[in-house]
Design a protein around this ligand. Structure first.
Ligand code: PGA
Length: 250
């Protein structure tokens, strides 16, 4: 894996003050680190923190991202945040369809596609999560499910041929569990995703990320997976020392 995309999904781990403090304390070191390792790092704090970080991240390698966006650009959607606002807040990326969002807020694949469209319309790069449950994995039906999850996204990507779609494969049984799939399995999954995208005849192939328990102990092994363009990292990305090690290892 050459220069890669690292999405830091801070979930709800850090409070407003903690997130601002994290950025203040670590910005200089982050800047130096990424000067030598030109990865693209995206910090995705909770919505409340976005405004405070608008101009706080060191360009040109660190970007601001959101953890979700609404499926509509405006209207009567209590508690939602639109891609228009994310754009105004300086977000270059947004995570979409994370399994925790899908589970807790009853998100659907169709909603993920609508959100992706809103992000594309605002020139925000969508990082759309797909992945199977442990049951589906054990039943050997992962690829079938991934195909269903990808279909509306790839159709949209075909219409927005100039925009970059990012697909993060996050098996649900790996998120926050410390269990990471074997490289051979990931190789099979990414080859399948890439083949489906090729079949659609997309002008721009989606960038493919892996997410689920990535940390400083497994990043070096995972980076050997072919077709991988980076990682979506949850818990480990909130610990600067761990994140630093990961960046150095990949
Ligand atoms: P984790 O989370 O790295 O803490 O497993 C990844 C994710 O949910 O995006």
């Amino acid at each position: 894996m050459a220069a890669s995309l690292i999405i830091c999904n801070w979930k709800m781990y850090l409070s407003y003050q903690e997130a601002v403090h994290w950025v203040k304390t670590n910005t200089q070191e982050l800047k130096e680190l990424l000067y030598h390792k030109p990865h693209r790092l995206v910090v995705c704090p909770s919505y409340d923190v976005l405004g405070a970080l608008k101009d706080a991240l060191p360009a040109p390698h660190v970007f601001l991202g959101a953890q979700d966006c609404a499926a509509h650009l405006n209207g009567p959607y209590t508690g939602q945040v639109s891609a228009r606002s994310l754009k105004e807040l300086g977000c270059a990326y947004t995570i979409i369809g994370h399994s925790e969002t899908r589970k807790n807020l009853k998100g659907t694949i169709e909603a993920s596609a609508l959100k992706t469209k809103c992000a594309f319309d605002q020139d925000i790069t969508p990082v759309v999560c797909i992945g199977e449950s442990e049951d589906k994995y054990k039943a050997g039906t992962s690829l079938k499910l991934l195909e269903e999850q990808m279909r509306p996204l790839l159709a949209l990507s075909l219409r927005y041929s100039q925009k970059q779609l990012v697909i993060a494969y996050e098996p649900l049984w790996s998120i926050g569990t410390g269990i990471v799939p074997e490289n051979a399995y990931l190789e099979e999954v990414f080859a399948y995703i890439a083949k489906r995208s090729q079949k659609m005849g997309l002008q721009r192939a989606p960038l493919l990320l892996y997410g689920g328990s990535v940390d400083e102990t497994n990043a070096a092994t995972l980076k050997a997976v072919p077709l991988l363009s980076g990682f979506l990292i949850g818990k480990a990305s909130t610990d600067f020392q761990k994140l630093k090690k990961i960046v150095q290892l990949i």
